[in-house]
Design a protein around this ligand. Structure first.
Ligand code: ADE
Ligand code: ZN
Length: 332
């Protein structure tokens, strides 16, 4: 077992995918919303059996949300749990398209999330920041509109831009206008790539889009030259082993390329993606990396340092967080 308070940082989790079934039911009840009865397999488990049905369940769970207080509550709930797992920094993807589907405006969703970040920092010392995310399978026009909302309503806690959703839809080139607009305004970007598709799609992503990080990116491991290319470019991989095993990208941990990529010299981080859907959390990801990939305490601290270094925050904020990691090492 690793010490629970080993400082951890997470760069890749979807806020709408952090809602545990009990909280989804509680929020739905107070909003007089009836969630789809086949959304749950049992009390604590969402029902899904492949990537498509996972995305459907994820969309359906988010329909419990109706106002900025709901956004505050799910964000606070998540950060409180992460703090209990020893996390000191969390970046969450928020999806204005999901908010809009629930009748919640861009600014209402920002208000709720930002309030939770303040409350969680006050109560637990954990720092939360948000990455505004478009949904690939909703297409490039919606992506551009999400980018416009982001740029027209700047907020200091909303620090970057990203894209999730079904990798099988459209090409990276199609989303270039949205990403370029955001990058031109000075914001850092990330995109999901190489989760369900091969290394060529990751190379395409880093060629077409102004990204410093790739969500998942694990399938880069299938091409040695592609691995060299992302190392050369300093691309950071937001790796989510528990999600990958749950979704069947790899059958078991022993097949996961995390150790290979790390040994090659890739910048790797550990993340939970959509914790209640995959029965994981950031603490479990670190623990599993220790058990299954043989990472030592020092290796795990380096993973935290890599994540902080790649975070979409200012240098002085990174320095403060790195100092926390260093002081834990000294006292630990
Ligand atoms: N949205 C939420 N989880 C996702 C995942 N694992 N891949 C792509 N889009 C997502
Ligand atoms: Zn993801």
């Amino acid at each position: 077992m690793i010490p629970k308070d080993l400082p951890k940082a997470e760069l890749h989790c979807h806020l709408e995918g952090t809602i545990p079934p009990s909280l989804a039911r509680k929020i739905a009840k107070r909003n007089n919303i009836k969630l789809n009865s086949d959304l749950f397999e049992n009390e604590d488990t969402y029902a899904w059996d492949d990537f498509a049905s996972f995305l459907e369940a994820y969309d359906a769970a988010s329909l419990c949300l109706r106002n900025s207080t709901d956004y505050r509550d799910i964000t606070y709930d998540y950060l409180a749990k992460c703090a209990a797992e020893g996390a000191i920094y969390i970046e969450v993807f928020t999806s204005p398209d999901h908010a809009a589907e629930c009748g919640i405006s861009y600014n209402e969703h920002v208000r709720g999330v930002a309030q939770a970040f303040d409350n969680a920092e006050r109560d637990y010392g954990i720092i939360g920041r948000a990455i505004v995310t478009c949904v690939r399978h909703l297409g490039p026009e919606r992506a551009l509109s999400v980018a416009d909302s982001f740029l027209e309503n700047p907020h200091p806690y909303f620090v970057g831009f990203g894209m999730g959703g079904d990798e099988g839809h459209m090409t990276f080139e199609d989303f270039k206008p949205a990403f370029d607009k955001v990058a031109k305004a000075g914001y850092p970007c990330t995109t999901h790539a190489g989760e369900h598709f091969g290394p060529e799609t990751i190379l395409d992503a880093i060629e077409k889009l102004p990204v410093s990080r790739i969500g998942h990116g694990v399938r880069i491991s299938e091409d040695e030259n592609a691995v060299k290319e992302i190392i050369k470019k300093g691309i950071v991989l937001e790796i989510c082993p528990g999600s990958n095993v749950s979704l069947g990208v790899y059958k078991k941990y022993s097949e996961h390329p995390f150790p290979y990529l790390r040994n090659c010299g890739c910048k790797v981080t550990l993340n939970s993606d959509d914790p209640p859907f995959f029965h994981t959390n950031i603490g479990k990801e670190y623990e599993d990396a220790h058990t299954n990939f043989g990472l030592t305490i020092d290796n795990l601290l380096d993973i935290t340092r890599t994540a902080i270094n790649a975070a979409f925050i200012k240098d002085y904020e990174k320095k403060r967080l790195q100092a926390k990691v260093d002081s834990w090492k000294k006292s630990g």
